[in-house]
Design a protein around this ligand. Structure first.
Ligand code: NAP
Length: 359
């Protein structure tokens, strides 16, 4: 792996130029340190190719980011990568939708066997396994971010709050064997990425062991798996309104979901409990009372916009991983079954009406 200290620049490709992708790409890109970040865009390609990315951030003010190169497709980036001797890092920042698309298959043309570091900045659990299986000799770095950011229009990114990004290597998801060469190379890549983000001003870019990082990933479900699906099923209530509901039933439901994650998550990772630095459900619920009442979680925004929801990684994978170990998560399972069915029905209706419109 080339480093910023060698004379050759390090080429990093971020796939998915949305809110998270553009924000973290802009803090990583540093020609003076020899780190050159390019973007694979999709619908926003014409805008970013012509004008770059404009960011309004709480932590770094307003600024412009011109990626080293902007591509309109993975195929185009794969072709250009050949002129660079292959991509050293590929960072995936699309929504994690394994029921719609296998990200590992999509990025395969970008990954040089045994060499390219594949990093994932996405929500949910179990997202790494398809990459681990497809790229058995490549380091995989798993990243969990706590940020509130959005793409308000093509190439316009707003970061509202937070910057935290926690990183760790991924081998088998448990990480008890830290001596293998893959674990070592994953650890080095984790530390290298952290140091680049730190140099780019992200004060809370933190390296972790594989197990610590997976605990952080599972713990984040305490928010994402409890609130996001419930916001959709409650007919569109934001997190604050759910914990403040007068009858108390919604709050009880949210606490029940959180309790399932606190019971199952640590056991999946062969530990007794989540580490003390990770907030307990009571604290999360209490602080949610003070949230903006109009704020909507991303899954609700996706549902309202008719886009696919990150159901598999936030509900389906935890339920399946738990079940493989003989554990059940009944509240998460019910929400998963209901929302999966609702989404499938809506997609079928949309397809039918599009077909009818074509006739
Ligand atoms: N936003 C947040 O505050 C936040 C916070 C924590 C975690 N996360 C997580 O971070 C991940 C990314 O979220 P996000 O909010 O950044 O999503 P986003 O704004 O929707 O960005 C995703 C981007 O990926 C692009 N994309 C999808 N498939 C692609 C492909 N095959 N080739 C090229 N581009 C592709 C999309 O293009 P199109 O626009 O054309 O679809 C979009 O620009 C998710 O897992 C999310 O849950 C987000």
């Amino acid at each position: 792996m080339a480093s910023s200290s060698s004379s050759q620049p390090t080429h990093i490709l971020v796939v998915g130029a949305g809110a998270v992708g553009c924000f973290y790409a802009s803090r990583l890109h540093s020609p003076e340190r020899g780190v050159l970040v390019s973007l694979v865009c999709r619908s926003n390609y014409p805008t970013i190719k012509a004008k770059g990315v404009h960011l309004k951030t709480r932590d770094f003010g307003e600024y412009h980011f011109t990626p080293h190169r902007a591509y309109g497709s993975i195929a185009e980036a794969a072709e250009d990568g050949k002129t660079l001797g292959g991509w050293q890092h590929v960072v995936v920042t699309t929504k994690a939708l394994p029921d719609q698309v296998d990200d590992s298959a999509s990025i395969a043309p970008l990954v040089s066997e045994g060499r390219t570091v594949v990093s994932l900045i996405q929500n949910g659990v179990g997202i790494e396994q398809p990459h681990r299986s497809r790229f058995p000799s490549n380091p995989v770095v798993s990243c969990v971010t706590v940020i509130s950011a959005e793409q308000t229009s093509h190439g316009q990114i707003t970061q509202n709050r937070w910057t935290r990004i926690s990183l760790g290597p991924y081998t088998d998801g448990v990480g008890d064997d830290t001596s293998s060469s893959l674990a070592q190379r994953g650890k080095e890549a984790t530390e290298q990425l952290c140091s680049w983000w730190s140099a780019g001003g992200i004060k809370d870019a933190e390296p972790h062991s594989e197990k610590e990082l997976q605990l952080i990933r599972w713990h984040k479900l305490t928010i994402n798996a409890a609130f996001n699906p419930s916001a959709v099923l409650s007919g569109g209530l934001g997190n604050a309104l759910m914990v403040l509901d007068e009858a108390g039933e919604l709050r009880r439901h949210i606490e029940g979901c959180m309790a399932e994650i606190f019971s199952v998550g640590p056991r999946v990772l062969n530990v007794e409990r989540f580490p003390d630095h990770l907030a307990r459900p009571e604290k999360i619920v209490k602080s949610t009372e003070r949230n903006d009442k109009a704020a909507k979680p991303s899954m609700l925004l996706d549902w309202e916009a008719g886009r696919p929801m990150e159901l598999e990684v936030i509900l389906g994978n935890p339920v399946r991983i738990a079940r493989e170990r003989g554990l059940e998560m009944p509240r998460l399972q019910s929400m998963y079954a209901l929302l999966k069915a609702a989404q499938a029905q809506r997609m079928a209706r949309d397809k039918e009406s599009k077909e009818r419109a074509r006739l």
